[in-house]
Design a binder for this molecule. Structure first.
Ligand SMILES: [Zn+2]
Ligand SMILES: [Zn+2]
Length: 393
């Protein structure tokens, strides 16, 4: 390539699609207008469309001119917006109060549509491509729901690929991890039950606030003393909810937080240690504590051979010198982790650049997807397909 010339000619169209989606953000499992737009475009390009997996999910299926390989791969984009007000005032800012495309999923959807258009026009590959547009990436597990409803049995992909725009990375660069990219995350809640009393008569109480303080402090040892310094983990207690009056020791207290790791073994071990600490601290004070975990997304872990293929496909677009191999992963979490548990593949970071100053940060009310990288992302998708499914003749 570099930027595929044919895709470069889509710049104005793609910018218009992206801004249209940006102006009409929809939350997880409510992406009806967005899914209508995606399905209409795919059909217009001559791609077979399937709808309804994960409620609003859309899958487009395209066969290349070559048919001998019998191979199939999946490319995935996410369609949902965030429940937050937009602070931008350009003419395509959100028309839906309290909803905003602040994570760039409008751009992700558009780039996969751009690639679909190019691949449908050229079909210069041997095999099948499934374009997967998933709902509800922002915390609701729309990708998992598509899998549970038969994504990979109805559309058998031998490999699966995803991407996310990355504001910390300059536009024109692509980062690829040969292993973990994002962390596994869970949430937990601890209910500490003691015995309330007048604050002037603490000896009549079992103080759940004091017990909570010890639990919060002890939780800091899970990473600092219990985890290999070369491994990574986070335990954050972010909610402390107890008491209503300065002169009343309450009956109970509630703590909430989140735990993040890259490995499942570390995740399990920290959960077990935490459970032991919580119950023994409570018992030591004569209180009771119940700890519940709500599992979240698994870690997003690339398989190395597919990561190498993704890096090679990226290099054809942005040049070897602009492919960042094996940068540090992040403790944020991604629904795509579920897909990578089902199939080998790779999830890459597409350089987005800081075009908007502080407003370029993901989940920031001033964020706006950088339209200048639409053709880079679409060209990467096209390059990936032509690299993995080459036509021999
Ligand atoms: Zn996000
Ligand atoms: Zn996102």
């Amino acid at each position: 390539m570099p930027i595929n010339n044919r895709i470069a000619a889509f710049q104005d169209d793609m910018t218009a699609w992206r801004r249209d989606i940006h102006a009409h953000p929809e939350l997880g499992f409510e992406e009806n207008r967005t899914a209508d737009l995606v399905a209409a475009k795919l059909a217009e390009f001559g791609i077979a469309v399937h709808r309804g997996l994960g409620k609003t999910g859309v899958v487009g299926t395209l066969k290349g001119l070559g048919t001998g390989s019998g191979r199939a791969i999946g490319l995935r984009a996410d369609m949902d917006a965030l429940p937050m007000p937009e602070a931008n005032d350009f003419d395509y800012a959100s028309r839906h109060p309290g909803k905003m495309h602040a994570c760039g999923h409008d751009g992700h959807t558009t780039m996969l549509l751009g690639a679909a258009r190019y691949l449908a026009e050229t079909r210069n590959f041997d095999g099948t491509v499934h374009f997967i547009f998933q709902p509800a990436e922002e915390g609701q597990g729309g990708g998992l729901r598509m899998i549970e409803e038969g994504l990979f049995t109805q559309f058998d992909c031998e490999q699966i690929y995803g991407l996310h725009n990355w504001p910390e990375l300059p536009a024109g660069q692509i980062a690829v991890h040969p292993g973990p990219v994002m962390a596994a995350a869970n949430q937990f809640e601890i209910t500490v039950s003691g015995h309330g009393a007048h604050a002037a008569m603490p000896h009549r109480s079992i103080d759940p606030v004091l017990v909570s303080a010890h639990i919060i402090t002890a939780a800091q040892s899970l990473v600092s003393r219990g985890t290999d310094p070369a491994d990574s983990a986070v335990v954050s207690i972010t909610v402390v909810d107890a008491g209503t009056a300065a002169n009343v020791i309450p009956d109970s207290a509630i703590l909430r937080g989140t735990m993040r790791t890259f490995s499942e073994a570390t995740h399990r071990r920290i959960q077990e240690q935490f459970a032991r600490l919580v119950s023994s601290i409570a018992e030591g004070f004569g209180a009771q504590a119940v700890l519940n975990f709500r599992p979240g997304y698994p870690a997003t872990v690339n398989s190395e051979p597919e990561a190498r293929v993704a890096a090679a496909a990226a290099a054809k677009v942005v040049g070897d010198e602009n492919v960042i191999w094996a940068p540090a992963p992040t403790m944020a979490a991604e629904d795509f982790g579920y897909m990578l548990k089902e199939r080998p593949g790779a999830y890459i970071w597409l350089g987005h650049g800081g075009h908007g100053g502080p407003g370029c940060r993901l989940h920031n009310p001033h964020y706006d997807f950088n339209d200048a990288i639409l053709t880079t992302g679409a060209s990467y998708w096209a390059s990936l397909v032509e690299t993995i499914l080459p036509r021999s003749a």
